[in-house]
Design a protein around this ligand. Structure first.
Ligand code: IPE
Ligand code: IPE
Ligand code: MG
Length: 249
């Protein structure tokens, strides 16, 4: 690393998406929120395939937050059932594409059958490496950090040995590089407790497009936006003072 800005590859290695706007999408069509959620899940496969084609190695999708439990019981039950349904329905495609599935979040409040399905899928795909699809489900950035802290204390780690690298090994994302690009659909400009630690230097891209309408073209717009960014990582701009976009060495 030089004292100049840090040029990154034009293609991000890790894209993370806050899939928002299912409810608004349904409302505009006079449909139920559940129908919006189902329509949203149908976007995951094409976007995962587009990521593979673009050379992206890691995709993380925010599917259920720890705060979403404040929603009506029926909506939560539907969202839980959708995860099991999609894992079953997409099994063949996941294997064909050699996609590694990881589910980030606390599995404890999930129904036992769903927990088994999740862990089974994680085990069955553990050696796949074309794309890692991390599904953030019952995930919250703050609870992830608290959980890591508790585990470090339980392991009686000497405070002197606690480094950022060590801390990362206690997060759900252990082994996954930090996201380069965080995309949020449906126009909001906030993280909503998503990957708080990992997003420290992620580029943020927000689009008003609702998640069930987010297609390959929208993904490519986000990737183009990313390629035009200058990532400094706390450093200074290039000596010439001319800011260079990522990927332009
Ligand atoms: C995102 O869509 C999915 C989840 C949060 C589970 P929303 O359900 O939040 O959709 P809006 O924000 O109400 O439109
Ligand atoms: C963020 O969306 C969580 C997911 C996409 C799973 P929310 O709709 O829950 O976020 P807020 O409430 O608008 O911040
Ligand atoms: Mg929302």
């Amino acid at each position: 690393m030089s004292d100049e800005h840090v040029p990154a590859a034009a293609t991000p290695d890790h894209v993370a998406i806050i899939m928002d706007g299912n409810g608004r999408w349904a409302e505009r069509r006079g449909l139920s929120r559940s129908e919006g959620h189902r329509a949203g899940t149908f976007r995951v496969r094409p976007i995962a395939e587009a990521c593979i084609d673009a050379g992206i190695r890691h995709l993380t999708i925010y599917a259920l937050s720890t705060e979403n439990w404040s929603r009506p019981r029926k909506e939560i039950e539907f969202l839980l059932s959708l995860l099991g349904e999609r894992l079953r329905a997409e099994r063949k495609a996941i294997f064909e594409h050699r996609i590694r599935i990881r589910v980030l979040g606390s599995m404890a409040p999930l129904p036992p059958a769903l927990r088994l399905a999740v862990r089974g899928m994680e085990r069955a795909t553990a050696n796949f490496d074309r794309l890692t699809l991390n599904i953030a489900f019952n995930y919250g950035g703050r609870s992830e950090i608290v959980r890591a802290t508790k585990a470090i204390l339980q392991d009686r780690i000497d405070p002197e040995d606690i480094t950022e690298d060590l801390f990362e090994r206690y997060l759900y994302t252990t082994g996954v590089p930090d996201p380069d690009l965080v995309i949020r659909t449906a126009g909001e400009m906030r993280l909503s407790n998503f990957l708080l630690w990992q997003s420290a230097y992620a580029e943020f891209y927000s689009t008003p497009v609702l998640w069930p309408d987010f297609d390959d073209d929208e993904l490519h717009k986000a990737l183009e936006g990313y390629a035009g960014r200058l990532r400094r990582f706390g450093g200074v701009t290039s000596r010439s003072g001319v800011a260079k976009p990522v990927g332009e060495d």
